[in-house]
Ligand binder design. Structure first.
Ligand SMILES: C[S@@+](CC[C@H](N)C(=O)[O-])C[C@H]1O[C@@H](n2cnc3c(N)ncnc32)[C@H](O)[C@@H]1O
Length: 279
């Protein structure tokens, strides 16, 4: 995420730095306190921008980071304790699908502002995205807000470079999947016989990453008692990262039951953070 080619991080940071006051006013509209609930908080690098400004505004809010990684949550909470001791933090170590149900039971009189940053929604297919967002909507109450980041369609080369950096870090990141299978499931993938292959389709907006078997080969996965044969050039589909336009974003809001309110862009129109509410 800190790679020079991986523009979404800086673009979203810029949005949060530029519009924190507008966001605070939107989140506080008609109320003087709110819960800031973050799905997949990670290191909270960008969220800290909002937290810092909201504390300066003497905002009356609690921060509830949700993450499936216990380690990520522990690091985030420690950081916040030393960097922002006044911030009320209530971490939730859970899968966000499971956390959705807790949401419905959180105190009924406080507005929930749900953050889903970093265009994480792009890792779902469009169909999965609608069902995930509908589940958020159906577990939320009137007046709750979803603040959600989307990486926008743009020059295809710029997008492709973000998944194919010059230093080969994204390659290592994807190959790490095979290394983990070797380490944790006793497999014998020879990493040198596989290639990293990212693609971007400007029509659908899908960035897809594949690992390609360079030769015909067979891999043993001992713990699973499994032998896997690969043809020469056979692809392993690793991930999708969907890119969006405003038509798609407004369609997602309406198909999942939300009322689209507004969106905030960075200065290069790389990225958008969109505000939706439950009517
Ligand atoms: C790419 S990081 C993004 C972090 C942060 N939201 C940002 O935009 O910089 C995704 C985070 O989501 C967490 N995560 C992924 N799948 C999850 C799930 N199903 N439930 C909860 N957290 C999840 C990961 O552990 C990771 O910390």
């Amino acid at each position: 995420m800190s790679l020079e080619e991986y523009y979404p991080t800086d673009s979203e940071k810029e949005i949060l730095e530029t519009y924190h006051k507008d966001l605070y006013d939107l989140f506080c509209h008609d109320t003087d306190h709110f819960n800031l609930i973050e799905f997949g908080a990670g290191d909270g690098l960008k969220t800290k921008i909002l937290l810092r400004h909201f504390l300066e505004e003497h905002g009356n809010f609690r921060y509830l980071p949700i993450d499936i990684s216990k380690e990520a949550l522990a690091i985030l909470c420690n950081d916040l304790k030393s960097e922002m001791p006044d911030c009320i933090v209530e971490p939730l170590h859970n899968d966000y699908f499971a956390a959705l149900h807790d949401l419905a039971e959180k105190d009924y009189f406080t507005r929930n502002v749900i953050l889903f940053l970093g265009s994480n929604i792009g890792n779902f297919t469009m169909e999965e995205a609608v069902s995930f967002l509908s589940a958020i909507h159906d577990n939320a109450k009137k007046g709750d807000i979803l603040f959600i980041g989307f990486d926008l369609k743009k020059n295809p080369r710029k997008i492709l470079n973000a998944y194919d950096d010059a230093r080969g870090i994204t390659r290592k990141f994807n190959m790490n999947l095979l290394e983990r299978i070797n380490r944790e499931l006793g497999a014998n993938f020879n990493i040198d016989k596989f290639s990293h292959y990212p693609t971007y389709d400007p029509v659908t907006g899908e960035t897809k990453s594949y690992i390609i078997s360079d030769v015909e080969q067979e891999v043993q996965i001992t713990s699973l008692g499994m032998n896997v044969k690969f043809e020469q050039a056979e692809p392993i589909y690793v991930e999708v990262s969907q890119k969006f336009d405003m038509k798609m974003i407004k369609m997602l809001a309406s198909e999942s039951g939300f009322n689209y309110i507004t969106s905030f862009y960075d200065s290069e129109n790389n990225f958008v953070d969109s505000v939706w509410e439950v009517l």
